[in-house]
Design a protein around this ligand. Structure first.
Ligand SMILES: *Cc1c(COP(=O)(O)O)cnc(C)c1O
Length: 396
């Protein structure tokens, strides 16, 4: 028997724990909740050790192959993923009297955002399971990543974005040959369009957390971070939270790594950062609620986190609470000032969502929600060059 490179065992409902098979195409669980991929972690621990991993060449998240769901190598769809760098913000940390502030710069990935992690996995799985058409609602970056990986896999892609999605995203989606439709509304309205067309058009719906594979790509941020830091995680992680896939994914990765014997039981405090104009998770966290009510009249120029309602809300809130973290909202004005400050002082151009994490860190440091002695890690999830920049005359 040839051994497969993955240790996938089954899929599990994130709400009820019910199992379903891993090698047929799946969307939501029978209970209508996100499905999570589970692995034979004891088996994987024998096959892949930290030492063995250290001997692998660089080259991004496919190095965690055993802990990803793709069964056959020929189905891996890749665009040259890289291990994203950790960039120290030493001057800004010093100015704030803080010990260490680091950015994980995800803007270096194919299509210029960390959506590449999730869509590389989702498209690879779609290829493996014989899908010919995929569809999703998006605020831009996810659609761009879907369009690119689907083009490479020979899969037809249908993308629905709000009419005010950053133009560069709409154009790159179209250039990659995907069918792109602008919708007068928000991402949840786009999601409705996908749901309506799904059966008639034969689409595999790759909406955030409505299929189990994108989160497996996003979880690799947790693996990569741990490995880069010598298997010692930072004290606190600030994550710009829309659908929350990355936050939930990293939380899953930490549990897997502990079971593999790669890290101990210490965890970073997880901080969900949202824009004040769209902060359903912050409101739910403050209220002590298990689920988040949809946010009305959502607005922020940080498009990636303009998500009025997330299907994985309870999983985001659970990770934030279990980690003794918190949720925090920042105004658009603070985000713009943060973006300019980091560019000027550190030479690092963040995307607005990434800048929101810096604004949130500063605010949390001022209120004592985060201590100066805590090592803090910010996620910059896309290249700042994918967004309209302020005019040169008024910058800074
Ligand atoms: C999608 C996106 C986010 C939000 O990520 P989730 O894991 O879905 O919460 C943040 N920033 C950028 C740039 C994005 O594209």
């Amino acid at each position: 028997m040839t051994r497969l490179p993955t240790f996938t065992s089954h899929l599990e409902c994130s709400a009820t724990g019910a199992h379903c098979p891993a090698d047929t195409l799946q969307g939501l669980s029978a209970a209508g909740k996100p499905l999570l991929v589970r692995y034979d972690l004891a088996g994987a621990a024998h096959a892949l050790t930290r030492e063995k991993l250290a001997g692998r060449p660089e080259g991004g998240f496919w190095r965690y192959r055993e802990l990803l769901p793709v069964r056959r190598d020929e189905n891996v769809v890749s665009l040259g993923e890289v291990t994203t760098p950790l960039v120290e913000l030493a001057a800004l940390a010093r100015a704030a009297g803080a010990r260490r502030l680091t950015v994980k710069d995800e803007g270096r990935l194919p299509t210029g955002s960390f959506k590449a992690r999730g869509l590389a996995l989702a498209v690879s799985m779609a290829k493996e399971l014989g899908v010919t058409r995929m569809a999703m609602p998006t605020n831009g970056n996810a659609g761009a990543a879907l369009a690119a990986y689907a083009a490479r896999a020979g899969i037809e892609a249908f993308v629905f974005c709000p009419a005010d999605t950053p133009e560069i995203n709409v154009r790159e989606i179209a250039l990659a040959g995907a069918h792109v439709t602008l919708v007068d509304g928000l991402i949840n309205d786009c999601g409705r369009r996908v749901a309506e067309g799904r059966e008639r058009m034969g689409w595999f719906d790759v909406s955030t957390l409505k299929e189990p594979y994108r989160i497996e790509g996003k979880k690799t941020m947790g693996y990569e971070l741990a490995e880069q830091l010598g298997w010692r995680l930072p004290d606190v992680i600030f994550y710009p939270t829309g659908g929350g896939t990355g936050l939930i994914g990293m939380w899953k990765a930490f549990a897997e790594m502990e079971a593999l014997g790669w890290i101990d039981s210490r965890r970073p405090r997880m901080v969900a950062v949202q824009a004040a104009g769209c902060a359903p998770i912050v409101r739910a966290w403050q209220a002590g609620a298990e689920h988040a009510e949809p946010w009305k009249d959502a607005h922020t120029f940080a498009a990636g986190i303009r998500v009025p309602g997330a299907i994985g809300d309870f999983l985001i809130l659970r990770a934030v609470r279990e980690s003794r973290g918190f949720a925090i909202a920042v105004e658009d004005g603070e985000i713009a000032r943060a973006l300019a400050e980091v560019a000027r002082r550190e030479g690092l151009l963040l995307c607005p969502e990434g800048a929101a994490t810096y604004a949130a860190w500063k605010a949390a440091l001022a209120t004592g929600q985060v201590g100066a002695q805590e090592t803090a890690l910010l996620f910059n999830c896309a290249s700042g060059l994918k967004y309209p920049l302020p005019p040169a005359l008024t910058a800074g």
